[in-house]
Design a protein around this ligand. Structure first.
Ligand code: XIL
Length: 400
């Protein structure tokens, strides 16, 4: 029977109104959420009701000098991560001379507002100060330097900052290890060592491995692998290498508690919700907690209304994948607004990657995320795990 005939029969049986109402409800759920009142629930409250943190990368100077910036962060987000203030070049600009001012300021802001703070990042191949990079060092010297750095930072912040990116981007784009000063001077053993040192210095802290471009994996879908400009094999190889590396580390008893997926999404390619969800499940089966750690969705100039709407859908797909994965603890947006985003500084012709425009006005992507949070239980069913949880009181910052 054709669809038209079925509809005609149903209508003739008086089911027209029911059908119409159902169709209207479906449209309402799909469309971008338009708030009636600025005082309505913000992202933070809507996410908290589902046991999820929604975080943002922040800058100490903006927090200090721009009251509106601080106000929006406080209203909308339930955790913060310093965008640069905990990196090696910021913390130890000269040998043995630490500079904690900016990290302290962000921590004070977070503490005053009861916001958990995530630490990013103890070890990375970038933002290493010249005094380290430019000197030839033996393996022992490089190791001592890195160990002391980790111990110093975690002795200071290891209890107040409860979760850390211990290691960032150790896997390279082609699926081997990423070239870095630490790999070159210490060798591959730097990877397990940094986690072991971190656990010893901050036994209570959650230790994460953070990586980019691992949103798809060999098990993660495949139906959309049709864009000739994308090297899917390469992306999958990277995700696979990361997975195997974590699997090996865990098998050897190396203390890794979680994995962060950065998700700096380019307009050309984005994992579908399904691809991403399967990838998250796969990492979760290793027993790891999961964070979407640095989400932004860059747009190509010229930016149009359609691109802004499509951007919102991408944001929501990523959020939905996290919501659907019980071990996903939350999503962090990499920069508060388009005026603060790193994207245009680094990528030519890409811009407007965040939830707020340059005047801190909410963009379609903001409403799309809010809508996804608010309609989650309606769509997934009240008995889905996050919705059962939301019937109980979830304290701000409570880990699930
Ligand atoms: C970026 C910051 O946003 C910029 O301000 C800085 O100039 C360079 O680093 N992956 C990461 C982040 O893990 O630390 C990077 O942050 C963005 C890519």
């Amino acid at each position: 029977m054709t669809i038209a005939k079925t509809i005609a029969r149903l209508l003739s049986r008086g089911m027209g109104i029911l059908l119409l109402v159902t169709a209207l409800q479906a449209c309402a759920v799909k469309s971008t959420y338009i708030p009636r009142d600025e005082s309505e629930t913000g992202l933070r409250d809507a996410a908290e009701a589902l046991g999820l943190h929604i975080g943002v990368a922040v800058d100490a100077q903006e927090l200090e000098n721009n009251p509106k910036y601080a106000q929006v962060i406080q209203r909308e987000f339930s955790s913060v991560v310093p965008e640069n203030a905990l990196k090696l070049d910021a913390l130890q600009p000269r040998p043995g001379e630490y500079s904690f001012t900016q990290a302290d300021a962000i921590l004070a802001f977070a503490r005053d507002r009861g916001l958990p703070m995530h630490g990013h990042t103890l070890v990375w191949h970038r933002q290493i100060p010249a005094w380290i990079r430019n000197e030839k060092r033996s393996a022992d010297e490089a190791e001592a330097l890195l160990k002391t750095h980790i111990e110093t930072v975690l002795t200071r912040y290891g209890t107040e900052i409860a979760s850390w990116d211990v290691l960032n981007e150790a896997v390279g784009p082609a699926g081997g290890l990423h070239a870095s000063f630490w790999l070159a001077s210490i060798g591959t053993s730097y990877i397990p060592k940094v986690f072991t040192w971190a656990r010893k210095a901050a036994p209570e802290a959650e230790l994460y491995y953070n990586e980019n471009d691992i949103g798809i994996s060999p098990s993660g879908g495949g139906s959309r692998f049709t864009n000739p400009l994308i090297n899917y094999k390469r992306l999958m190889r990277k995700s696979q290498t990361t997975y195997r590396m974590l699997e090996k580390l865990l098998a050897r008893g190396v203390p890794v508690d979680g994995v962060g997926l950065q998700m700096h999404i380019r307009p050309r390619y984005r994992p579908t919700r399904n691809e991403l969800q399967q990838t998250l499940r796969r990492f979760a089966l290793l027993g790891l907690k999961i964070r979407i750690s640095e989400l932004d969705v860059a747009l190509e100039a010229p930016v149009t209304e359609e691109k802004l709407i499509a951007q919102g859908e991408i944001y929501s797909d990523v959020l939905a994948a996290c919501l659907a994965e019980p071990q996903c603890t939350g999503v962090t947006i990499w920069g508060l607004s388009d005026a603060h985003s790193w994207i245009p500084q680094v990528f030519k012709n890409l811009d407007q990657a965040t939830l707020f425009d340059e005047n801190l006005k909410k963009k379609p992507a903001y409403y799309s995320l809010l809508n996804t949070l608010k309609t989650w239980c309606e769509k997934e069913g009240a008995d889905s795990p996050r919705c059962v949880k939301s019937g109980t009181v979830v304290q701000r910052g409570e880990s699930r």
